[in-house]
Design a protein around this ligand. Sequence first.
Ligand SMILES: Nc1nc2c(c(=O)[nH]1)N[C@H]1C(S)=C(S)[C@@H](COP(=O)(O)OP(=O)(O)OC[C@H]3O[C@@H](n4cnc5c(N)ncnc54)[C@H](O)[C@@H]3O)O[C@H]1N2
Ligand code: MOO
Length: 390
Amino acid sequence: MISVETALDQLFALVSPGAVEEVPLADAGQRVLARSVTTSLTQPPFAASAMDGYAVAASRVTPGARFRVIGEAAAGHGFDGLVAEDYAVRIFTGAPLPEGTDRVVIQEDVTREGDIITLKDTLDEAAYVRPAGADFEAGMRLDAPRLLGPSDIALLAAMNIARVPVVARPKVALLATGDELVMPGENPGPDQIIASNSYGLKALVESLGATARLLPIARDNEASLRMAFDLAADADLIVTIGGASVGDHDLVGPVAETMGLQRSFYKIAMRPGKPLMAGRMGDAAMIGLPGNPVSAMVCGHVFLAPVIRAMLGLPARAAPRYQAQLGADLAANGPREHYMRATLDGDTITAQPRQDSALLSVLAASNALLIRPVGDGPRRAGETVDYIPL
Ligand SMILES: Nc1nc2c(c(=O)[nH]1)N[C@H]1C(S)=C(S)[C@@H](COP(=O)(O)OP(=O)(O)OC[C@H]3O[C@@H](n4cnc5c(N)ncnc54)[C@H](O)[C@@H]3O)O[C@H]1N2
Ligand code: MOO
C-alpha cells in the first residue's frame, strides 16, 4: 500500500492540462484562464466624478464661496469647454471632470438659487474625483492560470477582453459497475440497490469545471465491462466505481488490463478508499474507485478533485487542508490515513459517531473530512486537527 501523498503524485503524473479554447466572455465564468491577457484600455479613461454635485476649481472651495453654473456633465455626456475659476458645472457620478475643475462638491453641501450655488459650511475634505487609471492602466495583465470567478469576469469585461482563452473542460466518463445496481427511478429487485455514488461524483466533477458522462452500468462480467470501457473511448479521464477489491466478481482491474491499462498503483494506506487503482488506458487516465458509496465520494474529494484541477491547468496540489479544534476525544488511529466524516461548527470539529463507508446519510450530514494521520495516537477534545471542507 502506498501513501495518499505518493498516490496523488502518481495521479498528477498521469494527466496534463487540456487544450486552449476561446470562449465568449459571457461563458467564461468558472473556467480557467489559459493564457495571460493584457488590456489596451486605461480605467477610468478620464478623471471622473465619484458623486453627484458640482465640479469646480478646488482652489476656490471654501465655505460661503459662490459659483455660477454654466453647464452640465453626465455619464456618457461630458461638458465641452474650459471652466474658469468661480464657475461650476453641474456633474453626475461617472461623468468626465470638465477642464479647469479638479474637485466635486456634493450637492448636499450646496444651496442653489437659479444659476448660482453657494457652498455650505458643512463641506468635507474629499475631492470626489477618480483619477484616470485609478483602477488600471493600459498594459495591465491578468495572469494565467486562474479560475475565473465573478469578480474576474467583471474585470475582464472592463479590460474589454470579449473572448477569453480558457483550458478545455476535461471529459470525464463515470462507469458504475455491479450486478446489484439499478438507476435512480427504477424499481430495485430484492437483491438490488440504487447506483448512488456515480451521481454524487458527476455533481462533484461538474462543480469543478469538467464535463461528466454517466456510462450505462456495467455488469460484473468481462463482456459488459469491455462494452462500457469502449463507450468511454473519447474521455480524458475514465472513473470506474466498484469492482476494485479482491472478490471473485471484482473484475475492473483485470478487464482494464486486458484492454491496455498500464497500472500506476493499486491500494492506498487510506480509510476509506483502500482499493483505489489508477493508470493510463490509451489516451486517457483511469482511476478505479472503490464501490462503497462513501469511499467513492471521499476519494472523489481527495483524488479526483485535485486531478481535475491539474487537468484544468491549475497547480497540481492536494485538496487544501485547514485546522480546527476537536469537539470530542478520539481513539488512536491505525495504519491507514483516516478521513473521518465530521461536522465543523465554527472552529470546532467533531467526528460522526458512525464511520461505516456505506452510510451516505452520515456523509450528507457532514461538512468536513477530519484527517487522522497514519498511526496517530489518541487525541483529546481541544487539540488541533486537520480537515478538508466538504
Ligand atoms: N476480503 C476483503 N474484502 C474487502 C476488502 C479487502 O481488503 N478484503 N476491502 C473492502 C473495502 S475497504 C472496500 S472499500 C470494498 C470495495 O470494494 P469494491 O470496490 O470491489 O466495490 P464493490 O464490491 O463493487 O462494492 C462495494 C459496496 O458498494 C456498493 N456499490 C458499488 N457501486 C455502487 C454504486 N455505484 N452506488 C452505490 N453503491 C455501490 C456495493 O453494492 C457494495 O455494497 O471492498 C471491501 N471488501
Ligand atoms: O477503504 Mo474501504 O474504502 O474502507 O470502505
